[in-house]
Design a protein around this ligand. Structure first.
Ligand SMILES: [Zn+2]
Length: 458
């Protein structure tokens, strides 16, 4: 095994010398739209990913069909006996680019400005995918053999809730064996320190729909005909109070407060409150929270969020109308041990109990939270390799406040997953002018290459 524990200097130098090539790969992928929600460019993107794996790494992509977009899978073996297996989870789909008028350059131009590349989906999640691909490429160019086996799971529906991923994991559980998994996202704190996330929150995403008459009506009849928009607003008002407490019976039953160990990590966790508030042009956080209490709420408390409300006339000027229908999209970010299906039932019961049994609930996604043990060897390997590549000890976050199918793909198979990546607080994921910092992208490639040896040796 001596040749694989040699200094990584040569690999790092190779990455530095070939960063223009890797940036070109990134621009190439960023120029290809792949919007799962609109089924736009998905086939082309899957083919492009397959082409890169074949041409640059010499391995075929296996495409596993689902009722939605296929899951792409690739496997690279190590010649060393007893080599560990490291898996990667990424996605080739991206969010829609609108509102396009707020972009400073076209969303698929991959324009470079001020050391950054701008494109929809570049930070979420193409730069992380390409950085990992590039790390394998650079490592193989220099060292010829991998110190561990690698598996890539690249799905096409992350941005629409990974709806068909369970089909893949149920049919191909045999592929889901690994000693650790690197999750799709991650970045830097407001102060530029790299971040390592040990988990994700869960999610229940629903739409509530209230119905009135069979068509929109002249609003004069509102004197005698029920307005579904008001019913919806009244129903929403029963869900949460002004102290930010969710009022659904049983909602908090499985929410566990942080342990002493976790509290200590929360204390240490960097969270530059002033910088965040300045960037958002706000005077304070919810309920004027700060310090440990703020961080605990962010990572250890579930949410109930109105993502959008739709009813009646919302165009220019006025139109007196009594809507026939009103709907709201709601997401609940859930914490470990909360079961989205149970929360759904609690929500149904709550609405019924408050006289809203007529409201329809449409479910868009239901995902459980996941969390990796702080003491898992993968965590140590990720931290050490970050020290090599970023020159800094990363901040460890017990969970991301965001969501992903980490339970589905990793935790239920006993695979420990850790999320690291090349984003930063100004990446504008899901927003106009999404971008990555070129230097971060290059560091991200080095981080992954360094991780191969660190984790292989652990
Ligand atoms: Zn996303």
């Amino acid at each position: 095994m001596s040749q694989i524990t040699d200094s990584m200097t040569e690999v790092m130098q190779y990455i530095e010398d070939h960063k223009e090539t890797y940036l070109e790969w990134l621009r190439d992928m960023a120029r290809q739209p792949s919007v799962a929600a609109q089924n736009r460019g998905m086939k082309e993107m899957a083919e492009m990913v397959a082409r890169y794996f074949q041409e640059q790494l010499g391995v075929p992509i296996e495409s596993y069909p689902t009722d939605g977009h296929p899951v792409l899978y690739a496997h690279l073996g190590s010649p060393f006996d007893g080599a560990k297996t490291l898996a990667f989870y990424n996605h080739y789909d991206i969010q829609p680019e609108d509102p396009v008028e707020l972009w400073e350059s076209p969303p698929f131009a991959a324009e470079e400005r001020n050391g950054k590349i701008y494109a929809r989906g570049i930070s979420d999640n193409k730069a992380n995918l390409v950085a990992r691909l590039a790390a394998v490429h650079a490592y193989l160019q220099v060292k010829k053999k991998l110190p561990l086996n690698l598996k890539f799971f690249i799905e096409g529906e992350e941005e629409i809730g990974s709806v068909h991923l369970p089909q893949f994991t149920e049919r191909h559980a045999d592929l889901l064996k690994a000693d650790g998994m690197i999750w799709e996202f991650g970045g830097q704190t407001e102060d530029g320190q790299p971040e390592v996330f040990l988990g994700v929150k869960g999610m229940l995403y629903v739409e509530l729909v209230a119905y009135g008459a069979n068509s929109d009506l002249h609003s004069s009849v509102a004197a005698v005909i029920e307005n579904p928009a008001w019913r919806l607003v009244w129903a929403l008002a029963t869900l949460k109070n002004e102290q930010e407490k969710v009022l659904i019976d049983g909602f908090y039953d499985r929410v566990i407060p942080p342990t002493d160990d976790e509290k200590e990590l929360l204390e240490e966790m960097p969270y530059n409150e002033q910088r965040i508030l300045d960037r958002l042009e706000l005077d304070g956080f919810l309920l004027d929270l700060e310090g440990a209490a703020l961080k605990e709420k962010l990572l250890f408390q579930p949410t109930c969020t109105i993502c959008g409300i739709h009813s009646g006339y919302t165009g220019e000027g006025s139109k007196t109308v009594l809507p026939s229908e009103a709907s709201v999209k709601l997401d609940f970010r859930l914490v470990k041990d909360q079961d989205p299906h149970e929360i759904l039932q609690l929500l149904r019961d709550h609405l019924n109990r408050h006289g809203f049994s007529d409201l329809e609930i449409r479910v868009f996604s239901a995902q459980k939270a996941a969390r990796t043990d702080l003491h898992h060897p993968l965590v140590k390997a990720v931290v050490r390799s970050a020290q090599t590549s970023w020159g800094q000890t990363p901040a460890i976050l017990l969970t991301s406040p965001g969501t992903g199918p980490m339970y589905t793909l990793a935790e239920q198979f006993g695979i420990a997953a850790v999320s690291v990546g090349v984003d930063y607080p100004g990446s504008n994921a899901h927003a106009p002018n999404e971008n990555v910092v070129i230097d971060n992208f290059v560091r991200g490639i080095k981080h992954m290459a360094a991780l191969f040896e660190e984790f292989a040796a652990k």
